[in-house]
Design a protein around this ligand. Structure first.
Ligand SMILES: Cc1cc2nc3c(=O)[nH]c(=O)nc-3n(C[C@H](O)[C@H](O)[C@H](O)COP(=O)(O)O)c2cc1C
Length: 236
């Protein structure tokens, strides 16, 4: 019988990695942060530019300054209807987490892209977003593999929050904040995750509109995911 040990391991890890929004203050074991970043270092990037840097924030006063900046520029949501802005959802319980890892984009590395661009146009932006997302996801998967939990925190890249956080940390000009990973141990159990069915999203060879969801189905699904997501946010 064929064994799929690596595949099974990867699938389990993909299911195990979840977004936690309430953390215990318990410390992350010695050496784990380096192990996590070691995995992200192997992520794919456009033309292998590896345009990233990792800032590990452990000091309480620095974490508190970041939290204060986010409190100022990422206020909790008051409107939970499907037209609301998900990035305005309450995201406060991460404040107890012992570690933040901020992923930076180093825009100088665009010199390694075809044509050696000197400007940040849509193409450069798109390659950077995908490259950084790859490294970021590797961070989260690595954390899950070590029995830790994490939160993908995107409000850090909002212009006002970004400006303040970069001055707290001292991030130099050619770099910007991609997003922040909150790392630690969960303080509350997670709700099971609902995902779309495999058969509904896989298409082979020739396909037309009849093979995809209708506008109504997409809207109905969006309402469901919104409600699921908001209930997760509002628990935190
Ligand atoms: C691009 C992106 C931005 C996200 N931003 C946030 C965020 O700012 N705050 C948050 O709590 N979760 C954020 N998330 C986490 C998603 O809400 C979460 O992945 C989704 O609800 C599915 O849940 P799961 O991560 O537990 O599988 C983000 C995820 C992605 C991919």
């Amino acid at each position: 019988m064929i064994k799929y040990e690596e595949y099974d391991c990867l699938l389990n890890l993909a299911k195990k990695r979840r977004t936690v929004r309430q953390f215990k203050p318990d410390a992350v074991p010695e050496g784990y942060i380096e192990k996590i970043i070691e995995v992200a270092r192997w992520a794919p990037s456009g033309f292998h530019t590896q345009p990233w840097e990792f800032v590990v924030v452990k000091k309480k006063d620095v974490r508190e300054a970041i939290i204060a900046a986010l409190d100022r520029y990422a206020p909790p949501i008051t409107n939970t209807d499907p037209g609301g802005d998900p990035s305005d959802a309450p995201q406060r319980s991460f404040r107890d987490a012992p570690v933040f890892i901020i992923l930076l984009a180093d825009w100088r590395a665009k010199a390694g892209l075809p044509g050696h661009p000197t400007e940040i146009d849509m193409r450069v932006n798109s390659i950077y977003s995908s490259s950084l997302a790859s490294a970021f996801l590797y961070l989260h998967l690595a954390a899950a593999s070590l029995g830790l939990t994490s939160q993908w925190y995107s409000a850090t890249s909002r212009p006002e929050a970004e400006r303040e956080i970069r001055s707290i940390i001292g991030i130099p000009e050619p770099m910007t904040i991609y997003d922040m990973m909150v790392l630690g141990y969960p303080a509350a159990p997670l709700k099971p995750k609902q995902v779309r069915e495999l058969a509904g999203m896989v298409h082979y060879d020739d396909c037309g509109p009849q093979n995809f969801r209708t506008d109504e189905q997409v809207l109905a699904d969006s309402r469901k995911t919104w409600e699921w997501c908001m209930s997760e946010h509002l628990r935190s």
